[in-house]
Design a binder for this molecule. Structure first.
Ligand SMILES: C[S@@+](CC[C@H](N)C(=O)[O-])C[C@H]1O[C@@H](n2cnc3c(N)ncnc32)[C@H](O)[C@@H]1O
Length: 300
């Protein structure tokens, strides 16, 4: 398994491009190489999880997310990768042979099918995981977003030749995550697994820099300032257990130097800065290098 393994979905707030910078803040040195327990309470596309699993000998790992489809897909990749690939290959060949209009109809039919079915907690649904990946690969900008009613509402994309089934990557990912336990639910569910030998990486929804740039629609619930404050209290609770903690967020000082929201709620911890080419912004002319914060409870 020497080739680089990538996330299976494109995800808003995905950390893929920040990995080289985040690496420098991991609490373990590469040379000793063992992490007894790794936890990601907001796993999303899993860029950091995948990086950690490839670089360290991780004895136990737990990942959580409040997006039920995402967790279903991880579990299907972990347990039923062959059936998933068969499903995706069928969709890929059906879709790619169509012209633009036909593709559009195919996409909206799949989207309706997806939206008209209610996935249940603890259900492992291979077809549903295939639809989720198909929609992510073929929708506009390749992103997952739902409306207030929880319906996936991204329109069809215009990719000429999208890879719907990245077979090798799915197989490699499946091998890589065999020891990871994926659980659907709120990040607080992770509490009972945190011990002093645990490294926890938190990547919650970004606190929006201004009213228009926020992308928080991973699920129908939003993550507001009260939720950020509650998360900081949770962080302090885990700090009491002597776990190693690292947390990402947007830096409000990019747009308002006076905004010390995170300085207040993470007072007493190290607030480091890293630089990102943030990809999701309401206005494309706002793209560019902005800083993000990385809160750690240890020194590098
Ligand atoms: C910034 S993204 C994580 C991105 C991830 N690090 C990556 O590289 O793709 C935040 C994730 O938190 C999840 N989320 C939002 N509220 C949550 C909650 N209360 N508990 C657990 N997960 C939550 C969202 O569904 C989303 O996947």
């Amino acid at each position: 398994m020497s080739e680089k393994i990538r996330p299976f979905v494109k995800w808003a707030g995905g950390k893929g491009s920040l990995i080289p910078q985040l690496n420098k803040f991991y609490p373990y040195e590469l040379k000793n190489g063992i992490i007894e327990r790794y936890i990601e309470p907001f796993v999303g596309g899993g860029a950091v999880l995948i990086d950690i699993l490839q670089k360290y000998d991780v004895r136990q790992a737990y990942a959580f997310d409040i997006n039920m489809d995402l967790i279903n897909s991880y579990n299907v990749i972990k347990n039923n990768v062959q059936e998933l690939i068969t499903n995706l290959k069928r969709m890929e060949s059906e879709y790619l042979k169509l012209e633009q209009e036909g593709r559009k109809t195919y996409f909206y039919n799949k989207r309706d099918e997806y939206n008209n079915y209610n996935l249940k907690e603890n259900e492992q649904n291979i077809q549903r995981a295939a639809q989720f990946i198909y929609l992510n690969r073929t929708c506009f900008n390749g992103l997952y977003r739902v409306n207030k009613n929880g319906r996936f509402n991204v329109p069809v994309g215009k990719y000429k030749n999208p890879t719907i089934c990245d077979e090798q990557n799915l197989r490699n990912l499946s091998n890589l995550i065999q020891n990871v336990q994926f659980q659907y639910g709120d990040y607080k569910k992770s509490l009972k697994y945190v011990t002093e030998n645990t490294f926890v990486y938190f990547d919650p929804p970004y606190r929006p820099l201004n009213v228009t740039s926020g992308f928080t629609s991973y699920t129908k619930e939003d993550f507001n300032d009260d939720n950020q404050t509650e998360l900081a209290t949770f962080y302090r609770e885990l700090n009491e257990r002597n776990a190693k903690l690292m947390l990402s967020n947007s830096n409000p000082k990019n747009t308002n130097k006076e905004d010390d929201f995170f300085d207040n709620i993470y007072q007493g911890f190290n607030i480091n800065e890293i630089y990102a080419n943030r990809m999701i912004n309401a206005k494309s002319n706002e793209r560019g290098k902005i800083s993000e914060i990385l809160v750690t409870n240890y020194n590098i």
